[in-house]
Design a protein around this ligand. Structure first.
Ligand SMILES: Cc1ncc(COP(=O)(O)O)c(C=O)c1O
Ligand SMILES: [Zn+2]
Length: 404
């Protein structure tokens, strides 16, 4: 018997696991449902040091279908120096910028491509704001799949270079992420391509649950009080909640209902923050996103409504920050904790700072801030907040004058 089934998030209708992602009755999204058996904490003591250590919670039937490039088990850093600056005694940074392709997207992409192998698909792809492109392309290379990337044309050069290097067919669309997404959806369905974040989405999102599993295990199976999550489509925030809930279901964690989820978005593309502040249940799309946090520039977030529900369920908040605040936060994190993040991570840190200033986070709270992408992927925009070094003559006297 299959370990998993698919269940509609809206009407709860169940389906046998298959290459499908939308409910036939109500068009709601399908989620993976598991027949869990109890797992002990000790079971994890000598497992592999990557996210496949949580195999029981991932939707792959046969381990031989796993396509892994060793992602996951990234450091959870006790950020005492940054914490002191912000007035927090128990601040942790989940540094997911050090995954093999340098963003958290290795988690959902790896699970989706493993499932594509299990389904026997012949090609994969994705619609991407930049990071998913490389995560999908790298796993496709490892799994032996042709890979088609659909992305807006204006993303960072490092992200394009990286995805091309893995051998992907890179289609730069003259338009927004939403345009690229719409085209990817149509081409994926008509050509039978497993588009990881569209027609493979039910399985794809499962990978991001491991951001909850690792944090829980790294905190010695304790539930954090506050979680700050950068939000684009909202898939990751939703998956983190599902992950904590599943750990409670199998008794690896106690009650998770008291944790607070905080959604962080950049000004210029903050449709979920807008809806939250207006107390609306629906998200009004941003037509032309404008932010240096290009990886979060998703004007019409697929899981937006569900993020709003999660914020309500977990007594959460949503907040935004502008470009200048993002750049300041990138430098603050780099100069206190030695972690160099791209603008999406700057959004998390800036919103964390705002939550403390607004009194929404207490000094003693156990706070986990997710930093999900690497600064080396977005040096053009980060350089805007820095000064290019002046070139000096190779002369000791001249150089000595500027070393004080
Ligand atoms: C670095 C980074 N952080 C966060 C996100 C947001 O993830 P989601 O679209 O699941 O909300 C993205 C999305 O592309 C990203 O690249
Ligand atoms: Zn349904």
């Amino acid at each position: 018997m299959s370990r998993t089934s698919l269940q509609c998030r809206e009407c709860k209708k169940e389906y046998e696991t298959a290459f499908k992602y939308i409910c036939e009755d109500c068009f709601g999204p399908l989620d993976v449902k598991y027949n869990f058996s109890r797992v002990s904490k000790e079971a994890f003591s000598n497992r592999e040091h990557n996210y496949w250590r949580y195999f029981e919670f991932l939707p792959i039937e046969d381990k031989s279908n796993i396509v892994s490039i060793g992602a996951g088990m990234t450091p959870l850093i006790k950020a005492d120096k940054l914490g002191k600056k912000l007035g927090l005694k128990n601040l942790y940074i989940k540094n997911d910028s050090v995954n093999p392709t340098f963003s958290f997207k290795d988690r959902p992409a790896g699970v989706a491509i493993s499932k594509a192998k299990e389904f026997g698909l012949s090609a994969v792809g994705c619609a991407s704001t930049g990071n998913l492109a490389s995560a999908t392309a790298a796993h496709a290379a490892k799994g032996g799949f042709p890979c088609h990337i659909f992305a807006p044309s204006d993303i960072e050069m490092a992200k394009i270079t990286q995805a091309l290097s893995y051998g992907a067919n890179y289609i730069a669309v003259d338009g927004t992420y939403d345009d690229a997404n719409r085209i990817a959806a149509q081409i994926g369905d008509s050509k039978g391509i497993g588009i990881v974040n569209i027609n493979m989405r039910s399985h794809y999102v499962e990978g991001s649950k491991t951001l909850a599993f690792e944090v829980a295990e790294q905190l010695d199976w304790q539930v954090p009080d506050q979680l700050i999550v950068p939000v684009g489509s909202g898939a990751m925030l939703n998956a983190i909640c599902k992950g904590f809930e599943e750990l409670q279901t199998v008794s690896l964690l106690g009650n998770v209902t008291n944790m607070h989820m905080i959604a962080a978005q950049p000004h210029g593309c903050a449709p979920i923050v807008d809806a939250f502040k207006k107390k609306s249940k629906d998200v009004t799309p941003v037509e032309n996103p404008d932010t240096i946090a290009k990886s979060l520039a998703i004007g019409d977030p697929g899981d937006g409504r569900y993020v709003l529900k999660r914020l309500q369920q977990y007594n959460g908040f949503a907040e935004e920050c502008n470009n200048e605040e993002i750049l300041d936060a990138i430098l603050l994190l780099a100069q206190t904790e030695g972690i160099f993040t791209e603008p999406a991570g700057g959004v998390s840190i800036s919103v964390l700072q705002k939550m403390v200033e607004q009194g929404k986070i207490d000094t003693n709270d156990k706070v986990v801030c997710y930093v999900t992408g690497n600064g080396l992927k977005a040096t053009e925009s980060i350089m805007e907040g820095l000064q290019k070094p002046k070139v000096l003559k190779a002369n000791v006297a001249e150089v000595s004058a500027v070393v004080n």
